[in-house]
Design a protein around this ligand. Structure first.
Ligand SMILES: Nc1ncnc2c1ncn2[C@@H]1O[C@H](COP(=O)(O)OP(=O)(O)O)[C@@H](O)[C@H]1O
Ligand SMILES: [Mg+2]
Length: 253
């Protein structure tokens, strides 16, 4: 999950897909690359004084990877978190091109037994996001249907293209997830049309509606699938459909 902008919903989409993966019985690892570590918190995986993703990027050994990976409180089994850390900000330098970008890919080569790895990126296209993209098969760009967010999608697409020509030849853009959609907004409808004109089939369906239930579930560190009410059920279905779309993509492992 990546985008230049903060607050568009990268973490929310990561969490929604993790919730859907749990529902579908997929064994999943969530990698929290954002120094703000929101994802770790919402997954109930924040533990003090242990190794985390910053330690893994410093030393991508099997042992560090094992010590930095903890189970999420969402489930007894089947959902793990590579714990986020404010210290990962050191790895966000863009001049970290070349070997430095390979850290996460190398670290993930030690793990086995997962059906899916989700990577939540920080709100920049710097070293951390690039490290995440280089480790990934598919990139999901998250956006809101607003003017600046639509422009930021273009920059994320160009970063993916640039990495495909260099450090990440097998990376593919899965597409653009449009988040926080309000059905009655005329401005949003205009931006959605613009996104479809620019990116065609890369604009993924379904879109994610704006619903307070999403924030409530996140605040309670619960998967949206476990949250009561019609809005949570609607969101659960949206994330299941998006996950199925992602798993159907050509070349998905
Ligand atoms: N579809 C949505 N409906 C309601 N609130 C949302 C939705 N998507 C995101 N939010 C809220 O907006 C805030 C920012 O979202 P977040 O996923 O943290 O963005 P990012 O990771 O891109 O910075 C969070 O408080 C989140 O709960
Ligand atoms: Mg985030």
């Amino acid at each position: 999950m990546c985008s230049l902008k903060g607050g568009v919903g990268k973490t929310s989409v990561t969490l929604g897909l993790a919730s859907a993966a749990l529902e579908l019985g997929l064994r999943t690892l969530v990698v929290d690359l954002d120094p703000q570590a929101d994802c770790t918190l919402a997954l109930g995986a924040g533990v003090d004084g242990q190794d985390d993703v910053a330690a893994v990027l410093d030393d991508p050994s099997a042992e560090t990877m094992r010590r930095a990976t903890v189970p999420s409180s969402w489930a007894d089994d089947g959902l793990d978190v590579l714990v986020g850390s404010p210290r990962s900000v050191r790895h966000d330098r863009v001049d970290d091109a070349g070997a430095g970008l390979d850290g996460l890919r190398f670290a993930l080569s030690w793990v086995s037994g997962y059906d899916l790895v989700l990577v939540d990126c920080p709100p920049s296209l710097g070293g951390l996001t690039r490290t995440g993209l280089v480790a990934s098969d598919r990139a999901v760009i998250v956006t809101e249907p607003g003017l600046f967010s639509v422009m930021a999608v273009g920059r994320a697409m160009r970063t993916i293209d640039e990495l495909r020509r260099g450090a990440a030849p097998s990376l593919q853009p899965l597409g653009v997830v449009v988040n926080r959609v309000r059905s009655r907004s005329v401005e949003q409808a205009f931006r959605l049309e613009e996104l479809r004109t620019l990116y065609g089939p890369l604009v993924l369906a379904p879109q994610v509606p704006e619903r307070a239930a999403l924030q409530q579930a996140q605040g309670a560190a619960q998967p949206v699938h476990a949250w009561p009410g019609a809005a949570a059920a609607e969101l659960s279905q949206v994330f299941e459909d998006l996950l199925e779309r992602a798993l159907r993509a050509p070349g998905a492992r």
